[in-house]
Design a protein around this ligand. Structure first.
Ligand code: NAD
Length: 332
């Protein structure tokens, strides 16, 4: 069997811990060194996972000769500086979304990755999903259009609270206007899917509601986009949807001869054509295959093979759509 791929993990909050849990029993991807700017978080992580070695700094981790790649799970501001340092050290990078808060720095980093043919990808959780494959087969460029021509895409999301309860321990950045909010944090995953299937989306109109304190992240968003000539409607809000699940998301792709509805993070996929309705797979199957595929593609990326994880340029394209949505033509 091919050898172990040692990984360094930087940022040990909610996502860093999740990735450590996912990798716990993996045959090849082995988290070896960890670093977090918060010494308490670093100490707690090493106490929980005694096989992990705490680094003395991000630089020390990146300069370790034992690593093949790093996973960056810090808040967005540190993504590009840490990526640049990792590229200097010849490491393959898997970075969390959103790519960056600094578009110029992100562009320069992308140009470097392309010029130097470096290995770098961004972790959009739907990139390895069965739902994305179904959409590509049904509506993608190479599709035979089994449901006819795509007429519209609708995305609706609602959150009982923001941040969501499972992210309550995340830093203050998540509820702040500068780096946080559900548009960057959640809608970005669906914009990634939309643009992967249809190509660039153009903003037609966006109305954003913010709290009056001038600091808090958005509480509602209502927007229209156009992708490959197809109208896209997007509605999202925090609180205020009676009876909706605590963390609800639903994407509906309507075509001339049927539709595909994806909900619960693409865990539930329903295809309808004429009078027939088919549920494709189960949430458990989609969850397992999504995790296995992510790790397979991550290994391929580290080893320089082809993979389908989003690159930095694709992630920047998502971010530009997201920032355009937030900049909103009509602010409330
Ligand atoms: N792909 C997904 O499905 C998904 C889901 C949730 C969050 N995320 C993304 O993951 C990233 C992290 O989110 P989170 O929820 O884990 O946040 P978090 O606030 O829980 O954790 C971030 C950790 O990074 C540490 N940190 C901050 N700056 C650092 C630096 N410069 N160097 C080292 N450590 C630093 C903090 O001390 C904290 O422990 C964000 O970009 C977020 O958008 C992705």
């Amino acid at each position: 069997m091919p050898g172990l791929l040692n990984i360094g993990v930087i940022g040990l909050g909610v996502m860093g811990q999740r990735m450590l849990a996912r990798l716990a029993a993996h045959a090849r991807l082995r988290p070896l060194m960890v670093w977090d700017a918060d010494p308490q978080v670093l100490a707690q992580t090493v106490a929980r996972h005694p096989h992990l070695r705490p680094a003395t700094s991000a630089d020390a981790l990146i300069r370790s000769s034992e690593l093949r790649g790093i996973y960056i799970a810090t808040p967005p501001q540190a993504h590009i500086p840490l990526t640049e340092a990792a590229l200097d050290a010849g490491l393959a990078v898997l970075c969390e979304k959103p790519l960056s808060t600094d578009t110029d720095a992100a562009r320069a980093c992308i140009a470097r990755i392309e010029r130097e043919r470096r290995r770098a990808a961004v972790n959009f959780s739907l990139a390895a999903s069965a739902g994305l494959s179904v959409l590509q087969q049904t509506f993608g460029i190479a599709s035979r259009r089994p449901l006819g021509a795509l007429r519209s895409v609708e995305l609706e999301l609602s959150f009982a609270a923001w941040p969501r309860p499972w992210q309550a321990d995340a830093g203050a950045w998540l509820s702040g206007r500068l780096e946080g909010g559900f548009t960057r944090e959640v809608i970005s995953h669906f914009i990634f899917v939309l643009q992967r299937v249809l190509g660039p989306a153009h903003l037609l109109r966006s109305t954003v509601r913010y709290p009056v304190d001038g600091l808090g992240a958005e509480t509602a968003l209502d927007a229209e986009l156009l992708a490959a000539g197809v109208p896209v409607r997007l509605r999202a809000s925090v609180g205020g949807v009676p009876g909706a699940p605590a963390d609800h998301n639903r994407m509906l792709w309507r075509a001339s001869e049927g539709e595909i509805e994806l909900s619960e993070w693409f865990g539930r996929i329903v295809q309808r054509d004429g009078t027939q309705e088919r549920v494709l797979g189960s949430p458990e199957q989609h969850h397992v295959s999504g995790t296995v595929d992510l790790l397979l593609h991550w290994m391929a990326m580290i080893e320089g093979h082809s993979h389908s994880l989003p690159g930095f340029a694709e992630a920047l394209a998502v971010q530009q759509t997201i920032e355009a949505l937030l900049a909103g033509a009509d602010k409330e």
